[in-house]
Design a protein around this ligand. Structure first.
Ligand code: C2O
Length: 353
């Protein structure tokens, strides 16, 4: 059977690592007034497509708007019951990924499974609409971290401005000042030239998008249904480059955080805290874009047709604080959801190893 939307009454403590210490606060969302009657989401009528731009190429006006939207979202944290607040939005990731929800006696975990792409798509969908509504711009679109293109293989510069609302002090200092990211690294540093790293990155992309994912399951991740153990297996892109980008951006595990605590990778390098870094949603914009790109490559690269995937559900709040149930089957076409990606070339298509 498909994984149902989590029952919020089952939401309790979350773990920083499986079997590890608890997250020191609750990640559970505010409870809607009536829990059983959370309706299925209906797409609002659309006026204009939201076009998500590559983060390295946006102009000053966009950066100002985006910073304003995030600062307004941070202000909403004053009311801890407002599900649109910055911390509440980050807690969505904690609740769905650090074991706060129990379904059929098993901890829910949307990663390392075929729920990875659809969960994050819906998550960004509502996050983007909340930001747009906070600045009265129904066309506001999130930026995407274009790490599959040489121009985007570094922290997008707009995120590297200390003091701005999209800055996060809990990043590994090595992400600053335009350092090139190694998309294949799970934490080891290598001595390669920047040019070589970029070339290797393109080869990683070719491998994950083409060689290793000729059909749906290897791309989306392993089958995951109600009542089964979490983490059945990650898809190609979730594995590389998605996870290396998290590890590279977050603090080094075992190092000391500014408050003296030992780091568990905060913020980007741990599920519970990743959403506290605004670049998280920018990173996932590109992950989501890879879903669209992958389907365009052709062959047998299509969405899964298994009913247990299509009928899996999640729970989210929208920009009007209304709670909804959403289904995987309703998020397969981003244009139908009201957004698309500004095109960028995909040079990795020519980097067959
Ligand atoms: Cu839900 Cu990039 O992790």
């Amino acid at each position: 059977a498909p994984v149902p939307a989590p029952d919020l009454t089952s939401c309790s403590r979350a773990e920083i690592n499986p079997g590890g210490p608890d997250v020191p606060y609750t990640c559970c969302p505010p409870r809607p007034d009536s829990l059983d009657k959370v309706p299925y989401y209906k797409f609002p009528s659309m006026t204009k497509l939201r076009v998500r731009p590559p983060a390295h190429a946006v102009d000053e006006e966009y950066i100002a708007k985006y910073n304003l939207a995030i600062s307004r979202m941070r202000e909403l944290d004053k009311d801890p019951k407002d599900p649109r607040g910055f911390k509440q939005q980050a807690n969505i990731h904690c609740a769905y990924c650090n074991g706060a929800y129990i379904i059929d006696g098993k901890k829910l975990q949307v990663h390392e499974s075929w729920l990875f792409f659809p969960f994050h798509r819906w998550y960004l969908y509502f996050y983007e609409r909340i930001l747009g509504s906070l600045i009265d711009d129904p066309t506001f679109a999130l930026p995407y971290w274009n790490w599959d293109h040489p121009k985007g293989m570094r922290l997008p510069p707009m995120f590297d401005v200390p003091g701005s609302s999209i800055y996060d002090a809990r990043r590994n200092p090595h992400v600053r000042n335009g350092t090139i990211i190694d998309l294949g690294s799970f934490g080891d540093e290598t001595n390669t030239t920047q040019l070589q790293t970029m070339t290797n990155n393109l080869t990683h992309m070719y491998r994950q998008m083409i060689t290793n994912s000729p059909c749906p399951l290897p791309f989306f991740g392993a089958r995951y249904v109600k009542g089964t153990d979490p983490n059945p297996g990650a898809g190609t892109i979730e594995n590389i480059p998605h996870t290396p980008v998290h590890i590279w951006t977050g603090t080094v595990r075992g190092s000391k955080l500014e408050n003296g605590d030992t780091s568990f990778g905060e913020n980007m390098g741990n599920f519970y805290s990743a959403g506290l870094d605004p670049v998280f949603y920018c990173h996932h914009g590109n992950v989501d874009r890879m879903w669209n790109e992958w389907k365009q490559i052709g062959g047998k690269r299509r969405d899964l047709t298994d009913k247990d995937w299509l009928n899996s559900e999640f729970f989210f709040y929208d920009e009007n604080r209304n709670p909804w149930r959403v289904r995987v089957r309703d998020c397969l076409d981003s244009k139908k959801m009201g957004y698309d990606y500004a095109p960028m070339p995909t040079p990795w298509r020519n980097f067959k190893p």
